[in-house]
Design a protein around this ligand. Structure first.
Ligand code: PMP
Length: 348
């Protein structure tokens, strides 16, 4: 059975989190002399002399209306990269525990684990980029605290089969993290609506992709209240700065504008999927549920350098497992995509 207390690192279970005077009294005051801020103001306009809301309640309440998940089930990180790091720090004992990843996948699971001196088990995806459940079952041991999945997957672009993820959620009693950074571009349903059913599920999303707010560094983890409480205990107190909180609040009112951008990007993805395969150097365009395409070419390193010389930078993934001779190409504006196609057409 899933048991959160057993899964946690003992020092985190017993941790007394940092707490400020404002956490303790929670009300409004007329004079704030509790946090060693500069009461005179700041060189900038407004209230940047004061620390921001550590739990970002206004942002979370607005997210509730968009995501249908109440604030006690939401954790905000300085990008979803911070969510990944906080999860590893809370659940994995350095030098003892491990995480399981399924390459090719997003690089930060491995990097975050390394930074925290946490072991990494790797079970590659199958050649069609799906989970190899028997091999994963074999690889998991008593010290495997977290399985990181990415769907739609970076860098392959496909979604993982829902049934396989559900099998893991049912049969594995550690945390299953489903990283949905690219979910807004996907034809598949999010795992957000499954949170009630699975106490070991953590869904990651971000404002860096479809929402177009990569610079603000705001990522989201959705999970049971118990898991979210742990993440809040471990995070730095003011991990989302005031400027980001204000701007995100404003941006979250623009759902329609974001939906329109998603529509355009998905349409452009379709155009690239149709047009790229007819080019001589393109060998395969993998089907994508994300805002990028994995494209197999003849001699990826050469094509990468050729594009770079033309001022077009893509991601060379040719050294990544199962991605021989592959480039990962973000879907850009209509004009950028046309430039890319034109450049590849001219490649000799
Ligand atoms: N997860 C995946 C799958 C990603 O591709 C990325 C960014 N490339 C992230 C998480 C991190 O996103 P951020 O920290 O900007 O929220």
């Amino acid at each position: 059975m899933f048991n959160l207390n057993e899964l946690l690192r003992p020092n985190i279970r017993d941790l007394v989190p940092y707490s400020s005077a404002r956490d303790e009294f929670k009300g409004e005051a007329s004079v704030y002399l509790d946090a060693n801020e500069n009461s005179l103001g700041s060189p900038l306009l407004k209230w940047y002399n004061r620390y921001p809301d550590p739990l970002q309640m206004a942002v979370k309440e607005k997210l509730t209306t968009i995501k249908g998940v109440t604030p006690e089930h939401i954790f905000l990180g300085n990008g979803s990269d911070e969510c990944i790091d906080v999860l590893i720090r809370a659940f994995c004992e350095p030098g003892m525990d491990n995480i399981l990843i399924v390459p090719p996948t997003y690089g930060m699971y491995e990097v975050s684990a390394h930074i925290n001196n946490v072991q990494i088990k790797k079970v590659p995806l199958t050649p069609d980029f799906q989970l190899d459940l028997p091999a994963m079952e074999e690889a998991v041991d008593d010290f495997t605290k977290i399985i990181f999945l990415c769907s739609p997957n970076n860098p392959t672009g496909n979604s993982l089969h829902r049934g396989a993820v559900e099998a893991l959620l049912n049969n594995y009693f550690g945390l299953v993290v489903v990283d949905e950074a690219y979910i807004n571009f996907s034809r598949q349903r999010s795992f957000l609506s499954d949170l009630q059913e699975y106490p070991n599920l953590v869904v990651l999303q971000t404002l860096s992709k479809a929402w177009g707010l990569a610079a603000l560094r705001v990522g989201m983890a959705f999970a049971s209240k118990e898991i979210i409480d742990v993440m809040n205990k471990v995070k730095p107190p003011y991990n989302i700065n005031q400027a980001s909180q204000e701007l995100v609040l404003k941006a979250l009112d623009e759902v329609e504008q974001v939906n329109e951008m998603i529509r355009v990007l998905v349409e452009e993805r379709g155009r690239l999927e149709r047009e790229l395969p007819s080019l001589k150097i393109v060998q395969k365009v993998y089907s994508s549920d994300a805002n990028f395409l994995l494209v197999k070419v003849r001699d990826a390193k050469k094509v990468y350098q050729y594009l770079l010389d033309k001022g077009i930078v893509v991601r060379d993934r040719s050294s990544v497992i199962l991605c021989d001779d592959c480039l990962r190409i973000t879907v850009g504006t209509e004009k950028e995509n046309s430039e890319l196609i034109e450049a590849l057409k001219q490649y000799q």
